[in-house]
Write a protein that binds this ligand. Sequence first.
Ligand SMILES: NC(=O)c1ccc[n+]([C@@H]2O[C@H](COP(=O)([O-])OP(=O)(O)OC[C@H]3O[C@@H](n4cnc5c(N)ncnc54)[C@H](O)[C@@H]3O)[C@@H](O)[C@H]2O)c1
Length: 314
Amino acid sequence: MSSHAPLDGKVAIVTGSGRGLGLAYAQELARQGAAVVVNDVDEATAAEAVASIEGEGGRAVAVVAPVGSTETAKKLVQTAVDTFGRLDILVTNAGVLRDTVLWKMTDDDFDTVINVHLRGTFTCVREAATYMRENQIPGRIICIGSPTGQRGNFGQTNYAAAKAGIVGMVRTWALELKKAGITANAVIPVAATAMTATVPYFAAAVEAEAAGEPMPAFFRHDLGFGTSDDVAGLISYLASDAAAGVTGQAIGIGGDRLQVWSHPEAVATAYHDGGWSYDDLASGFADAAGDLQSVGEKFPPLPEELQRPAPTGR
Ligand SMILES: NC(=O)c1ccc[n+]([C@@H]2O[C@H](COP(=O)([O-])OP(=O)(O)OC[C@H]3O[C@@H](n4cnc5c(N)ncnc54)[C@H](O)[C@@H]3O)[C@@H](O)[C@H]2O)c1
């Protein structure tokens, strides 16, 4: 590790970093000089993640605990401080899916996803930001959203709520933490992981990655879909001093593509003296509203050579 690594001397926590995107973030932050608190519910993958970082000459420690509770959040921050002396960077990445359409979604499906993603982000950021403010550390809060949170997605009521909520919290934290010099941003990743491996649309890309071949350009370029490592560079950039001026943003990344998402803004504004009655709306809504907003992700049609037969089963 060079003595000029951008994150030298910094300490990071990455939740859910035993595998997938979180593992890539933890490894990249370590490569750039940070000491990393790895976290997962799975003890074996957490231990392997620590070993992989140490094997490259980095510093890491594992906390095996489920994100969601205040207890885990406190344990994570305490471990960073006890083991490495401070905390500069928090990446809230841990996540689970319980996909099904609204009319089949149980209370447990809803609560599980909200607890890990939304409550887990809230409790961890509250703990980290409190520590950073008290110790006057111009920290970096990086939360993980999803295209589903930005646009909605069939079968993902719970996940859409959690991920949209996370971006809403990030906008609020950017305001609240500005004076302390702490940035808060959301990253909207897309990558081949266990989470996306079963989506038929991505099958040809997942297949290529599994075979150790480069992903077809259509996925990397047109769709912004690549490997976990493709996402990791943005995490270390946002964690660095170079990104001190970047806060309150939702930034999409995947494959060869980088995107800055807009935050909601009014796109049509109209006035009616005395307010809008039913009759005023019945006669005037279409003119006042203009083109209505679209929902759902926009997927370009898959080129024929990248189409795969639909899987049987669920
Ligand atoms: N893969 C994608 O394309 C994609 C797209 C958008 C958003 N995301 C988000 O990125 C994050 C990582 O996704 P991934 O694709 O790497 O998924 P993954 O399932 O491969 O990894 C998630 C990790 O989180 C761990 N985890 C689950 N619950 C936990 C808990 N309560 N506490 C601690 N760890 C827990 C899992 O054990 C696993 O190691 C998630 O927040 C996901 O919603 C992924």
